[in-house]
Write a protein that binds this ligand. Structure first.
Ligand SMILES: [Mg+2]
Length: 453
């Protein structure tokens, strides 16, 4: 076993000498830092303090994902990630609230900052910091995060693969067949009204309405309903895909378009014969009674959750049986422990937890530790099967990260990964701050944040 300088010299002696030398101005700061990197500080987690929070925004993974690094007074750092497509500001505005805290007090810090998150991308800052705290706690105590969560239920995590859509069902099926050949055991496709919109007689909608009118309008307010012809074409599209990939592999569908509740029900009924794994986000998640109406009307699993922040609304959905499966995105939902709580709570109502995910390997491993430690877990999304450099961003775990459709649960401390600087640097967003540049401008952000008087 490799021994650190501190271990060889005796920790106290080393620190005394290092401090003395530093005081004498004999060594440059870099030299001291270099020594600190080899110091085993795992024996002093009670003195661990957060000293910095910095970001590096990766793009093309396939989405834009801000990575976080939380530094400490003991030379170890934690990695986290803000939700894909969210602003790094959501994390940076929390820097002043976590400086000086002991990162091992994960739940305490989470409760302090959770008021600054919200649904959708706004949950990204709180969730990303929570991931980095777990990474630090694991490194400080020298155990994997799944162990800190209570141990694991499985050694490998099943992934479902997204596939880039083609308007030609034969081509789309070919792409999905290629996923099967790569070993994936679970598939998801997009099945939007865009597939039929150019064919006359498929959609009924306010004349002259543009996609722009519809984009920010919730489904039940667009006035769009699908005709029998449109529903027949969409169902036939799935049928052609099923002809090629077979009936055995689970096949979920997403991105139906902003169509009314009754069209959702008619479309879902037409898809029953294809035994779909689930139909995702047919309407916005917060309309729970309407979601339940769809769920009760059709014999296909209905799912939602990727935009929900914190456990409470998931529990409501599960209690009502408004969905068959919940689908939190850990980077919106509140992080690793909150997502485990979601899975555990929904399990009580017989509702399994699939996990939405579209980030880098950092957030991916946060998902893996959570999935390993949550009994009611079903399957984890993998959105980057076509990004060749995705694996190369990190080291310390088995490659390929997703191997024959599964991710091995790592045994290293914390999340179990290290960033490969030169790879991440090649994929930084050109208009965002550089690679973990100083963020001192966020050190003193203050407000009177108490939620009550
Ligand atoms: Mg989705």
């Amino acid at each position: 076993m490799k021994r650190s300088v501190a271990q060889m010299m005796g920790r106290r002696g080393f620190l005394r000498r290092a401090a003395g030398i530093a005081a004498a101005g004999f060594w440059a700061d870099e030299t001291i830092e270099a020594y600190q990197q080899n110091v085993n500080t795992n024996s002093k987690p009670s003195d661990l303090k957060i000293t910095d929070l910095r970001v590096a925004v990766v793009t093309g993974a396939p989405f834009t994902c801000p990575l976080l690094r939380i530094d400490t007074n003991q030379g170890i750092h934690g990695l986290g990630e803000v939700r894909d497509g969210a602003s790094e500001t959501y994390a940076l505005m929390l820097k002043s609230r976590i400086l000086g805290e002991n990162p091992c007090n994960v739940d305490k810090i989470f409760r302090k900052i959770k008021q600054f998150g919200w649904h959708g991308r706004q949950g990204g800052g709180v969730s990303g910091i929570e991931m980095a705290l777990w990474d630090l706690a694991g490194k400080a105590y020298n155990v994997p995060v799944w162990q800190l969560l209570g141990g694991k239920f499985r050694d490998r995590i099943r992934c479902y693969a997204d596939t880039e859509m083609s308007p030609d069902p034969k081509e789309y099926a070919r792409r999905m067949k290629e996923r099967l050949d790569r070993g994936f055991t679970y598939l998801k496709m997009d099945l939007g009204i865009g597939l039929v919109a150019k064919t006359p007689g498929t959609l009924t909608q306010p004349l002259g309405q543009t996609p722009r009118d519809v984009f920010m309008t919730q489904h039940m307010f667009t006035g769009i309903e699908v005709t029998d012809k449109g529903i027949g074409m969409m169902a036939d599209y799935v049928g052609q895909v099923r002809d090629i990939i077979g009936m055995e592999v689970p096949l979920a569908a997403d991105h139906f378009g902003h169509i009314g509740v009754n069209s959702c029900i008619r479309l879902a009924k037409a898809l029953e014969k294809y035994n779909m794994a689930w139909l995702e986000d047919m309407i916005p998640w917060m309309h729970m009674e309407l979601m339940k109406k769809i769920t009760d009307a059709v014999e296909v699993p209905i799912l939602t959750g990727e935009d929900i922040y914190l456990k409470e609304d998931f529990i409501k959905l599960a209690q009502m049986h408004a969905v068959d499966i919940v689908h939190p995105d850990l980077a919106t939902a509140g992080g690793i422990l909150e997502t485990k709580k979601i899975g555990d709570a929904c399990q009580e109502y017989g509702v399994p937890m699939a996990m939405h995910f579209a980030g880098t390997p950092v957030s991916c491993m946060a998902n893996v530790h959570c999935a390993a430690a949550t009994e009611g877990f079903l399957v984890l999304e993998f959105h980057s099967a076509d990004i060749p450099w995705w694996d190369d961003m990190v080291e310390g775990i088995d490659k390929p990260i997703v191997n024959r459709g599964f991710i091995k649960v790592p045994d290293g401390p914390g999340l179990g990964i290290r960033l490969v600087d030169e790879v991440v640097k090649k994929h930084l967003h050109p208009k965002k701050p550089g690679y973990f540049e100083p963020t001192d401008q966020w050190n003193n952000e203050r407000s009177h944040d108490r939620l009550w008087s």
